[in-house]
Design a protein around this ligand. Sequence first.
Ligand SMILES: *[C@@H]1O[C@H](CO)[C@@H](O)[C@H](O)[C@H]1NC(C)=O
Ligand SMILES: *[C@@H]1O[C@H](CO)[C@@H](O)[C@H](O)[C@H]1NC(C)=O
Ligand SMILES: *[C@@H]1O[C@H](CO)[C@@H](O)[C@H](O)[C@H]1NC(C)=O
Ligand SMILES: *[C@@H]1O[C@H](CO)[C@@H](O)[C@H](O)[C@H]1NC(C)=O
Ligand SMILES: *[C@@H]1O[C@H](CO)[C@@H](O)[C@H](O)[C@H]1NC(C)=O
Ligand SMILES: *[C@@H]1O[C@H](CO)[C@@H](O)[C@H](O)[C@H]1NC(C)=O
Ligand SMILES: *[C@@H]1O[C@H](CO)[C@@H](O)[C@H](O)[C@H]1NC(C)=O
Ligand SMILES: *[C@@H]1O[C@H](CO)[C@@H](O)[C@H](O)[C@H]1NC(C)=O
Length: 666
Amino acid sequence: MDLYSHFLVLCLFSVSSVICQVTEFISIDCGGTSNYTDPITGLAWISDNGTIMKYGKSSETQISNGNMQYQRRRDFPIDSNKYCYTLGTNERRRYLVRATFQYGSLENEDAYPKFDLYLDTTKWSTVVVLDAARVYVKEMIIRAPSGSIDVCICCATTGSPFISSLELRPLNLSMYATDFEDNFFLEVAARVNFGALSKDVIRYPDDPYDRIWDSDLAKRQNYLVGVAPGTVRINTSKYVDTRTREYPPVKVMQTAVVGTEGMLSYRLNLEDFPANARAFAYFAEIQELGANETRKFKLQQPYFPDYSNAVVNIAENANGSYSLYEPSYMNVSLDFILSFSFVKTRDSTLGPLLNAIEISKYLKIEPKTDSKDVTVLNALRYLSAESAWANEQGDPCVPAHWEWVNCTSTTPPRITKIALSGKNLKGEIPPEINNLEQLTELWLDGNFLTGTIPDISNLVNLKIVHLENNKLNGPLPKYLGSLPKLQELYIQKNFFSGKVPSELLTGKVIFNCEHNPGLHEEAGKKMHLKLIVGISIGTLAGLLVAVIGSLLFLRNLQRRTSHQKSEVQGNSLRASTKPSTMYSVSRGWHMMNEGVSYYISLPELEEATKHFSKKIGRGSFGNVYYGQMKDGKEVAVKIMADSSSHLTRQFVTEVTLCSPCIICWS
Ligand SMILES: *[C@@H]1O[C@H](CO)[C@@H](O)[C@H](O)[C@H]1NC(C)=O
Ligand SMILES: *[C@@H]1O[C@H](CO)[C@@H](O)[C@H](O)[C@H]1NC(C)=O
Ligand SMILES: *[C@@H]1O[C@H](CO)[C@@H](O)[C@H](O)[C@H]1NC(C)=O
Ligand SMILES: *[C@@H]1O[C@H](CO)[C@@H](O)[C@H](O)[C@H]1NC(C)=O
Ligand SMILES: *[C@@H]1O[C@H](CO)[C@@H](O)[C@H](O)[C@H]1NC(C)=O
Ligand SMILES: *[C@@H]1O[C@H](CO)[C@@H](O)[C@H](O)[C@H]1NC(C)=O
Ligand SMILES: *[C@@H]1O[C@H](CO)[C@@H](O)[C@H](O)[C@H]1NC(C)=O
Ligand SMILES: *[C@@H]1O[C@H](CO)[C@@H](O)[C@H](O)[C@H]1NC(C)=O
């Protein structure tokens, strides 16, 4: 994007009257009704109305504290969806992302909102409003994992989720680089300006990167308590050179606290801790030291063997006064309650000095939904781009899945279900669909899909496929029948043609192919043999014997079969009355009813019986033939010699007695 291709700060620290303009900042006033320029900072704010955020409604807050972005907020529906803002980024560039929340409603509420905030698929924080007047600020330092990021709000446990503002601030060069940035974001827990001249925060334009530096004069519960006696505040108006790594604002470095009795100590709560943290201490000598004066001190608490023995001598470490020294702690484990203290060394004449600190929590980056799967979903969205469902934002699966998909709970998540019945899809089924290896259900029925069925032979987990009521054409791929888990396949009311793969007719799959004029069972062959087949599955050793009708008939047959067993095979065949199953053949492949169902086609039957070559008996309706199915099951096949309707009915009655049965005929 052109907007981000160059970074321009027309702002001088010392000349506050200069109107500053930072072209790369993105500042969204959520719920705001118009775009405007903030008179205090000169920053351009845009309203999220309509173009950026289509969901939720703008509400007025009842607190006017001067900041325009807090006069309105955006409230989101209370439902199971997530609501996301997508912000453009340059991949691998570092940014500060900030979301703020000021509820500002003084009405008597049952409960203030409590909900979750996500950055992409990583849970950032739970926003808990306890004070309607307080601005809750959530800040994250990231190295952009891709060309855009999603800030999502979801999962309200009380009240309705909302947001006041959203800001994206690019950082310079290697600011806040860590050894872990491939896998961790940095959630800012504390950024404190010591010796501040007022309770106000310091941010843009004093900080060209618009970080928010809290004043140590601000009063909050468990915030900077336990101050050591003899702590005094100092300030200077001299320029402090901060051009080291993190570029803290000069104004922050121009104030400090000094432990005149040899010690500096504070205690504060770190939200979402204990955790591993990245911590910075910012020092600059801003007192004039006499020739016989020295300032040397150590970090006494918390005690880190690697750091605590190092003696800080600011002027020496920074190579002079009025110059930044910023020791940092790449990875330290900190508790929820952080107590820290600096103590002067014995040979130092002056007590410790501290200008600022910054502490961030390492937050593990959770993987997004498999990118191959997302590509398929995007291709499907493109088939109905103007529809609301096609514009759901954020990751398809996390933190809440899109309405029309379902996902595995693995990392990364995979798509298990696509439910796009009657969603006005136009065009061809995207060929990339073959990458959705975890897909179990595909519902694309009732659309305007054209073209052929793409290769879906990789979708070995498919169970249910609905393609009916479309304009699909071409042949049915042969492998459809060998998808190992396929249970249901619906393709009626399309324009498919050619031969139905015989595997689809084995009865394993519930298959409906009605109203496809060009589709036939086998090229060139017509089915006109009137035929009903009965089989019974033996309970022992998988042996199958005999046609079943009435018990009498069965017994009769049983005698005949065992009589002829030596002809059939060496093993003894045993008849059984259960469970029995009817095989049958039909033109329309209707499944009739209850129980286990099997289908076999006439060609398969001919193959199984070797063209009805082995006669094993003769019943009251016609000859009985021996056969062996492809899966090894042995069957007895009874052919009706006489097709008079009276006999047919009788035979059908007989056969239906042997429930579970499936009967079809042509
Ligand atoms: C606000 O600015 C954005 C971005 O420049 C633009 O898309 C939007 O139309 C503007 N809205 C109004 C109400 O002017
Ligand atoms: C945008 O603002 C108008 C009034 O200014 C309001 O009617 C509409 O609901 C707003 N849209 C959204 C998505 O907030
Ligand atoms: C960014 O870093 C470069 C090199 O350290 C420095 O010259 C420049 O002033 C920095 N930009 C800002 C806005 O601080
Ligand atoms: C800044 O320091 C000077 C002494 O150097 C002191 O007189 C002044 O009160 C300080 N200002 C504030 C606001 O603390
Ligand atoms: C920090 O250190 C701990 C313990 O040494 C280690 O387990 C962890 O992977 C390190 N990195 C982060 C980002 O926590
Ligand atoms: C440092 O020297 C000054 C005189 O130059 C003296 O007044 C002061 O007491 C000395 N301070 C210490 C700690 O020795
Ligand atoms: C320290 O500062 C002096 C002059 O103030 C300069 O000559 C020297 O190069 C500096 N050393 C470093 C390491 O920056
Ligand atoms: C999504 O899948 C889970 C199991 O993975 C299942 O419990 C849930 O009912 C499914 N939801 C929908 C809407 O299909």
